[in-house]
Ligand binder design. Structure first.
Ligand SMILES: NC(=O)c1ccc[n+]([C@@H]2O[C@H](COP(=O)([O-])OP(=O)(O)OC[C@H]3O[C@@H](n4cnc5c(N)ncnc54)[C@H](O)[C@@H]3O)[C@@H](O)[C@H]2O)c1
Ligand SMILES: O=c1ccn([C@@H]2O[C@H](COP(=O)(O)OP(=O)(O)O[C@H]3OC[C@@H](O)[C@H](O)[C@H]3O)[C@@H](O)[C@H]2O)c(=O)[nH]1
Length: 346
């Protein structure tokens, strides 16, 4: 018989959820919460691990193939008794006993996800299937980090979760945005068909310390360029917009979603919207007033506008971002200066 999920969202699941480990029901509950973070050696994943490790009742397992992530991002936890790091590609099955799965594994920067598009699709589809299979076997709750890219080049602005998007199915970005759309479909099919407890976050552009210096995304590019005194490369026309969320706000939103009662999808992002020219001017003003801004060619299918409607996150998770762009950029500058060994402003 169909049953409504607790949050009253319009999804029905025909089966009861698979049972979690008997330890969760033991009278003298002593076991820690075991949490798997796929992609935990990456930018958002490593900040999430830091936050989860602050709680002494959590044991964290990271599975990562190090395509865009690095052990360096986790070095403070390596050797910690509540932490384990596994070199693992999520396109292969993984057998671990866990209670929660944060499924982040997937290259996120356009230059990296376009580098091997077939692998990107496999990561999104087979990787998500494998993690759902694991969730089913061990009765874990699973959260997918989906993306604002599921809205494609949006015709509705700002984007709310009921918008179905405007996505090119055969373009150079499709491996990522269509891949994430299939991953969302799989999450809801496993929920309806097998009763898996799911959470789907639609993440909007996120920035902060630990982004790869050569990541290729706009904020990391502009900050590295400003520090190196190289022209800021605004891709034409420069009037396209994005909304930038600081990573600590993002991690807070993801944990609230995981531990709350709502499946989502829920937008998590900062609604402050900037054109890429405005972002370049802001970076110039804050980091290097002498740096030049140059207009360069863009790539196909670049979304022209993006801004999250976060009413659902506010109402259902009690979440909204706290860090403004003008406060977040200098925190990222400090980290980039250290790694680029350029400690002083010009
Ligand atoms: N940062 C953003 O602005 C943003 C926006 C929307 C969605 N997201 C999503 O959040 C997640 C994390 O993004 P990020 O910015 O930290 O990116 P990132 O590239 O820094 O991290 C991704 C991590 O996944 C790992 N990985 C990639 N393919 C893998 C595979 N097949 N098996 C195992 N590990 C694999 C990488 O090595 C890396 O450590 C991704 O799922 C991304 O799609 C990020
Ligand atoms: O040097 C640059 C890089 C990028 N850009 C522009 O900046 C905007 C943002 O580009 P990014 O590469 O940072 O990221 P995008 O918004 O295109 O994609 C991101 O969206 C959300 C996530 O899922 C992913 O992290 C990524 O796909 C684009 O309009 C791009 O044309 C520049 O103007 N200059």
């Amino acid at each position: 018989m169909a049953r409504e999920v607790a949050n009253g969202e319009n999804h029905t699941s025909p089966k009861p959820s698979p049972l979690p480990s008997p330890l969760r029901f033991s009278k003298f509950f002593q076991s820690n919460m075991r949490i798997l973070v796929t992609g935990g050696a990456g930018f958002i994943g490593s900040h999430l691990v830091d936050k989860l490790m602050e709680n002494e009742k959590n044991e964290v397992i990271v599975a990562d193939n190090y395509f865009t992530g690095s052990k360096d991002n986790l070095k403070k936890w390596i050797g910690h008794p509540r932490f384990e790091l596994i070199r693992h590609d999520v396109t292969e099955p993984l057998l671990v006993e866990v209670d929660r799965i944060y499924h982040l594994a997937c290259p996120a920067s356009p230059i990296f996800y376009k580098y091997n598009p077939v692998k990107t699709i496999k990561t999104n589809v087979i990787g998500t299937l494998n993690m759902l299979g694991l969730a089913k076997r061990v009765g874990a709750r699973i959260l997918l980090t989906s993306t604002s890219e599921v809205y494609g080049d949006p015709l509705v602005h700002p984007q709310n979760e009921s918008y179905w998007g405007n996505v090119n199915p055969i373009g150079v970005r499709s491996c990522y945005d269509e891949g994430k759309r299939v991953a969302e479909t799989l999450m809801f099919d496993y929920h309806r068909q097998h009763g898996i407890e799911i959470r789907v976050a639609r993440i909007f552009n996120t920035y902060g310390p630990r982004m790869n210096i050569d990541d290729g995304r706009v904020v990391s590019n502009f900050i590295a360029q400003a520090i190196r005194d190289e022209p800021l490369t605004v891709q034409a026309p420069g009037t396209q917009t994005r909304s930038f969320c600081y990573v600590s706000d993002m991690v807070d939103g993801l944990i609230r979603l995981m531990e709350g009662d709502h499946t989502g999808p829920i937008n998590i992002g900062n609604p402050g919207e900037f054109t890429m020219l405005e972002l370049a001017e802001t970076v110039k003003e804050l980091i290097n007033p002498n740096v030049k801004i140059s207009m360069v060619e863009n790539t196909p299918d670049d979304p022209r506008q993006r801004k999250p409607d976060i009413s659902k996150a506010k109402e259902l998770l009690g979440w909204e971002p706290k860090v403004k762009l003008g406060d977040g950029l200098p925190l990222m500058e400090d980290d980039f200066r250290l790694r680029l060994e350029k400690p002083n402003k010009p």
